[in-house]
Ligand binder design. Structure first.
Ligand code: MGD
Ligand code: MGD
Ligand code: SF4
Ligand code: MO
Length: 703
């Protein structure tokens, strides 16, 4: 038997695995955990992920791009990387080295990579798939509260009245948490669920009100709501004057906006707007869940800001049952932020551009003053763009599949072809990115290693190892530690994940995400929420309960949010919006979830949703194979004609990469424009045209 947090979504279900002869026989959900004895099919079917004939079992490397990969020992692979990195440092300096990681790495691995790259190699070019996922949430929280991290916890669900779910399909992507929401809806006479999404999703179907916002129309929609609050005298003046700053400017700004114009920009009918307004204010205790429909936008930070402003005006932050609650997608997206793996961060919510923060970390790491570069590194999109121009000598990619998941993936693939040394650390060779590797490093997967992750509610969960790893697979943290040692740096003498945890937890002492009280022994015993500053501290369920925020003067800030149209809008040549997302059965690029036949057969091929009016105009019948084309590339998918989507918008998923079939990678179509504040790419909106696919042989037959 072994206990571990589910390696899929950020709900962080705690699961028990029954093991016999080094095989997982069954999975049970733990009752005394946030999942309250529940799990979804992805968690329940985890035993299937081990049957992978493409599992990476030994390190592989090649001396040059035209040589084939060959097997190598760990000492050879580590020595090879260390030598190449040293040569790059000598010839090019730290700017030639980049690391691209993942919110699916545990905290220990994220920490050791951060220490190696930022502390020793001197490169802040470390970014992760969290940039595609959470960076607008980080920016939104930090701007308003002076610190990242949600003020809320899951127990708020059972005392909330109104659930505003914006740009999140919780029924599909955070299913166990949505079950808790639905239970609250059933148990309480007053609870209501409102979902804001351009599509009638499964979440919207279970809601009292569906607000079919236009892609990118959220800021205008939220401003319409808060302007109404203002006009009808429903602002919590006491809270606003005691605990916030920036209200005078905010009020003046809101008053300068035209309600009709906002309504038009939101794309929502007046009747629905009025119902939304009535629901939000009739029912106090507003809990807002938001995810990629909010974050993955050129207005990503502004959407986050608009949500937080709404809560500040209502005085609904830091109290039970209310607050802005950003859902994390990956199991350790929150932990990576605590570790400081993004290009501008350092451990414990510190920043590379703050002298005191750098000095504290350098001292803790025993590194000379000035070791950490003071300039934030390149974020994901510019990092791969720079690599495509040949500006990096080496990229180390761990636990992510950017050849499929990055926007404008053709540029990413060009970057991987162009960079002289591409290191890929993964569990399987089925990842499309692995095909570009010059060094492949085999990692232990779930169950084969112990480690720590933080879920959406700041709950820090320790997972056990309950399986022997196959072949030469190693825990992710071990690999950068070996490279650090081989390059002659001190501070990588960790003997276990526990040593790594102790060092990291100590670095969070006195910081907002204080985990100094979370000893290994306590974490093995039970998960804990941060802040948890000393070993007798139980961990705080909620933050800012005293109305004091993390800003220098303790006040939360109102920031201005601008209704911004997506950076590419439909025109005559590309007349439709493309928006993108997920389905319940697949996990991202399917390297794990597709190994379960029960999941893989639920959505067996790429599809796109299109409104019947658009389908008729385009001459597309149900199930027709079509091509979705943008200015950057194309992707094939089969038509699903449905009134669940707004006219003028098509929806498709990015689950299918080039290894599934050539020409189906949706991110060959998407755009790399980013939110100017968070640098998160606009994965939810670009302009496309859709045509029926005609194969070369069909064309020939017709001629
Ligand atoms: N089954 C499954 N679960 C997952 C994942 C998975 O791959 N599969 N991935 C995990 C990860 S990493 C993440 S980040 C989360 C993501 O979780 P979600 O954010 O819930 O997932 P998405 O389907 O990407 O997007 C959510 C919704 O945003 C809507 N949307 C698109 N454009 C807009 C807009 O402009 N405004 C608004 N309001 N909505 C818009 C889409 O129609 C979609 O229904 O899921 C996690 N859970
Ligand atoms: N169009 C569009 N694109 C998107 C999104 C969208 O909504 N629309 N969403 C974006 C978001 S929010 C996210 S989070 C990304 C996700 O995108 P990715 O991170 O690229 O997707 P995954 O398929 O989860 O890739 C994880 C990789 O890690 C490997 N792996 C699994 N476990 C381990 C382990 O323990 N150790 C190591 N070393 N490797 C392991 C898997 O085999 C796989 O290759 O996609 C982004 N891309
Ligand atoms: S809800 Fe998320 S964490 Fe829970 S079992 Fe499903 S995928 Fe895993
Ligand atoms: Mo994500």
């Amino acid at each position: 038997m072994g206990r571990a947090v589910c390696p899929y979504c950020g709900v962080g279900c705690v699961l028990d695995a029954t093991v016999s002869e080094n095989r997982v026989k069954r999975i049970d959900a733990v009752a005394d955990a946030p999942n309250q004895g529940m799990m979804c099919p992805k968690g329940a079917l985890l035993s299937r992920v081990f049957d992978d004939e493409k599992r990476l079992l030994t390190p592989m490397l090649r001396q040059s791009k035209d040589a084939p990969l060959r097997e190598a020992s760990w000492s050879e692979a580590v020595g090879f990387i260390a030598e190449r990195f040293s040569a790059i440092l000598d010839q090019r300096g730290p700017g030639g080295l980049a690391w691209y990681g993942s919110g699916q790495l545990d905290t220990e691995a994220s920490y050791v990579f951060t220490k190696l790259f930022k502390g020793c190699l001197g490169s802040n070019h470390t970014d992760t798939n969290s940039r595609l996922c959470m960076s607008s949430a980080v920016a939104g929280y930090t701007l308003a509260f002076g610190s990242d991290g949600p003020p809320t916890c899951y127990d708020d669900i059972e005392v909330a009245d109104t659930f505003l779910i914006l740009g999140a399909n919780m029924a599909v992507n955070h299913p166990v948490l949505f079950n808790r929401v639905r239970r609250r809806r059933t148990d309480s006479d007053t609870a209501r669920i409102v979902t804001v999404d351009p599509r009638l999703t499964k979440t919207a179907e279970h809601s009292d009100l569906h607000v079919p916002v236009a892609p990118g129309g959220d800021v205008a929609l939220l401003q319409w709501v808060v302007r109404r609050l203002l006009d009808t005298g429903r602002v919590d003046d006491n809270f606003v004057s005691a605990h916030t700053e920036g209200w005078t400017e905010q009020r003046a700004y809101l008053q300068s906006l035209d309600l009709d114009d906002l309504a038009r920009r939101s794309g929502v009918a007046d009747r629905v707007l009025l119902e939304l307004d009535a629901t939000i204010t009739k029912n106090r205790r507003l809990l807002t869940f938001y995810c990629m429909g909010a974050n993955q936008s050129s207005a990503g930070t502004d959407k986050n800001t608009a949500i937080i402003n709404l809560h500040l005006m209502l005085g609904e932050v830091g109290k039970p049952g209310c607050g802005p609650f950003s859902l994390t997608g990956q199991p350790n997206a929150m932990g990576g932020r605590e570790v400081g793996y993004l290009g501008h961060q350092l451990p414990g919510y510190r920043r590379v551009d703050c002298e005191q923060d750098r000095a504290e970390v350098e001292t803790a790491w025993g590194r000379p003053h000035g070791s950490i570069c003071d300039t934030p590194g390149l974020t994901a999109v510019p990092m791969f763009e720079a690599a495509a121009r040949g500006e990096f000598e080496a990229m180390w990619i761990a636990c992510t599949n950017p050849a499929v998941s990055m926007p404008d993936a053709n540029t990413t693939k060009a970057a991987l072809r162009r960079t002289p040394l591409v290191i890929v650390q993964d569990i399987t060779a089925r990842s499309e990115t692995a095909a570009y590797a010059d060094v492949l490093l085999p990692a232990c997967q779930w169950g084969e290693k112990a480690g720590t992750m933080t879920n959406s509610e700041r709950l820090v969960v320790r997972s056990e190892r309950f399986l022997d790893a196959p072949g030469d697979c190693k825990p992710d943290w071990w690999v950068p530690a070996q490279v650090g040692r081989a390059m002659g740096y001190t501070g990588f003498e960790f003997e276990s994940h526990e040593d790594v945890w102790d060092e990291f937890a100590a670095l969070t002492a006195g910081r907002p995400c204080d985990m100094a009280g979370m000893t290994n022994a306590r974490l093995v015993d039970a998960p804990l929420r941060w802040p948890c500053p000393h070993p007798a501290h139980p961990g705080d369920a909620r933050r800012y309960t005293d109305g004091v925020f993390g800003t220098p003067n303790g006040k939360a800030r109102f920031n201005l949010s601008q209704p911004r149209v997506p950076l590419e809008t439909p025109d005559a040549e590309y007349p439709l919006w493309l928006t993108t997302g997920r389905v319940a059965a697949h996990w991202h690029t399917r390297t794990k979830s597709a190994l379960s036949p029960e999941l893989a057969r639920q959505e067996p091929r790429p599809f796109f949703e299109v409104h019947p009016d658009d389908a008729a105009a385009l001459g597309i019948e149900a199930d027709a194979e079509c091509v979705i084309t943008s200015r950057r590339g194309l992707a094939k998918a089969f038509a699903r004609i449905t009134e669940r989507i707004r006219p003028g918008v098509v929806f498709a998923t990015f689950h299918f990469g080039d290894s599934f079939a050539p020409g189906v990678n949706l991110n060959d179509v998407t755009q790399s424009a980013c939110c100017p504040k968070s640098k998160q790419p606009e994965l939810k909106a670009c302009a496309v045209r859709v045509e029926k696919f005609v194969s070369v042989s069909q064309e020939g037959a017709a001629a």
